[in-house]
Design a binder for this molecule. Structure first.
Ligand code: GDP
Ligand code: IMO
Ligand code: MG
Length: 432
């Protein structure tokens, strides 16, 4: 059976983790294929919250296999802590439930130091990264000097590669950024310890592992991190992350061809948020934005930073649908829009008197557009306990109808709360 990709359709934090956890109940395998611990995916089960950064969001279902594929940059210290956290909560009892590719990139402490140093150096022009070392780790991969997971298990290779890598990084850190470097001897020792902890999760070929599931009719979910507008090539560069966040990355990051994908589900919130710097046309730097932030608990799951909030941006959503080839959509956090007299939706931009209905590819242009806001009647009712679409207030139904007429792929799921049970299926495509 071909795979299902779940990707963010905005600037990240759309609720991918919740949706993947819901899908995972009926899935055999969940694969993380890009990004790293910059992701913060929140799962709420029986009122208890779990935030995952590297472990796939299938881990709370003991029968669901989880894979970290080659496209991920793995903060091995973070991963060991995360494994401890899920184990302490009674999950991951059998280590074979999690497989980490030998070919994934190691993200090491010096990547975080460089990330911090570069941000400091950029001052006002900073990207506002999560500080997790993502950019420097992907740079190393692209420039062919990265250490891989497999190197952890070869002490001599590890030592030699680390010495080489740290030589260069320390030069940069000390001489260019005037900050402390890393001690290669101490780090080698720490990594040998980490290697012992991660040995049970080692997998030499996760592509082959995933391929077998697909061939044997297993249901495989590819869990995206970040969102379309943070894609390194197609997002608002340079205010983006360092990986490709679009659905095609599920193939390149895992090592499978595009014919193995059946469904691309785009996850979007009923409003928009963004963390970090960069253009955000529908941003509400006012009381309404603050109300959305407070009610939606819009604070970063990875860094705790307040998320910038704004109305739903259909121009950006249509762009995300196109560059991902989305086949359907999941509308999240509709409950958070309750309580407004009117709800705004941006369906076009205005650029010097000209109306744009497609997202301008240039970041400079995007930073100059004004959103054209359409106003729809709001609703006051708490919708977080409803179990059927028919129970939605008429204004919420009208809101969804409006969306349907302005985007050309179906909305098939509506989420009205963080819990698994707060998920309304318009069409149970996932069962079929
Ligand atoms: P992700 O990075 O895409 O997985 O999203 P995050 O976990 O960073 O942020 C989404 C937040 O919204 C989390 O705190 C979720 O528990 C929460 N959430 C997800 N869906 C809903 C929903 O429909 N309603 C509400 N109120 N919260 C939701
Ligand atoms: P999930 O998977 C929201 C943002 C950062 C910054 C930019 C670059 O939880 O949706 P990086 O640390 O990647 O170099 O930062 O990307 N960013 C995210 N924003 N959700 C995420 O992940 C993000 N991962 C990175 O805030 O603007
Ligand atoms: Mg998140």
């Amino acid at each position: 059976m071909p795979g299902f990709v779940v990707v963010g359709a905005q600037w990240g934090d759309e609720g991918k983790g919740k949706l993947v956890d819901v899908f995972a109940e009926k899935s055999d395998l969940v694969v993380r294929y890009q990004g790293g611990a910059n992701a913060g995916h929140t799962l709420v089960v029986n009122g208890k919250k779990t935030v995952l950064h590297l472990i796939p969001s299938g881990i709370l279902h003991p029968k669901t296999q989880c894979v970290i594929a080659p496209g991920v940059v793995v903060d091995v210290f973070g991963l060991v802590n995360e494994i401890k956290m899920v184990k302490a909560n009674g999950y991951l009892r059998d280590p074979s439930q999690l497989k980490v590719s030998d070919n994934a990139t190691l993200l090491l402490p010096y990547h975080k130091l460089l990330d911090a140093a570069r941000e400091k150096d950029l001052a006002e022009g900073k990207i506002g990264t999560t500080g997790k070392g993502i950019g420097p780790a992907y740079e190393d991969r692209a420039s062919r000097r990265a250490l891989l997971m497999a190197d952890l298990f070869e002490p001599e290779t590890l030592k030699a590669k680390l010495e080489f890598a740290i030589g260069e990084k320390n030069h940069l850190l000390k001489n260019m950024y005037q900050t402390e470097g890393t001690d290669p001897v101490a780090l080698t020792q720490e990594l040998l310890e980490i290697a012992r902890e991660l040995a049970p999760y080692r997998c030499d070929d996760t592509s082959l592992f995933v391929d077998k599931y697909l061939k044997e009719n297993g249901r495989v979910i590819f869990e995206g991190a970040q969102g379309a507008m943070l894609d390194n090539f197609h997002g608002s560069y340079p205010f983006v992350t360092s990986s490709s966040t679009v659905a095609g990355s599920a193939c390149t990051g895992t090592g499978l061809g595009p014919s193995r994908i059946k469904t691309v589900t785009g996850v979007f919130k009923a409003y928009t948020t963004r963390v970090g710097t960069g253009p955000f046309p529908t941003e509400l730097d006012n009381e309404i934005g603050a109300k959305i932030r407070a009610e939606g608990h819009e604070f970063g799951a990875t860094t705790g930073r307040p998320r910038r909030c704004g109305w739903l941006d259909l121009v950006a959503l249509r762009y995300a649908i196109r560059i991902n080839g989305m086949t359907n959509l999941a509308l999240m956090k509709l409950d958070i829009l309750s309580g407004h007299d009117h709800v705004g939706i941006c369906n076009a931009y205005n650029l010097n008197g000209q109306t744009l209905t497609e997202l301008p590819p240039s970041t400079q242009t995007l930073s100059r557009v004004e959103p054209v806001i359409e106003w729809l009647p709001g609703w006051k009712e708490d919708i977080s306990q409803i179990t059927e679409m028919t129970q939605l207030p008429p204004a919420a139904k009208a809101y969804i109808e409006y969306l349907k007429t302005h985007i050309d792929v179906p909305i098939e799921i509506v989420s009205v709360g963080p819990g698994r049970e707060q998920t309304l299926w318009i069409r149970p495509f996932f069962e079929g």
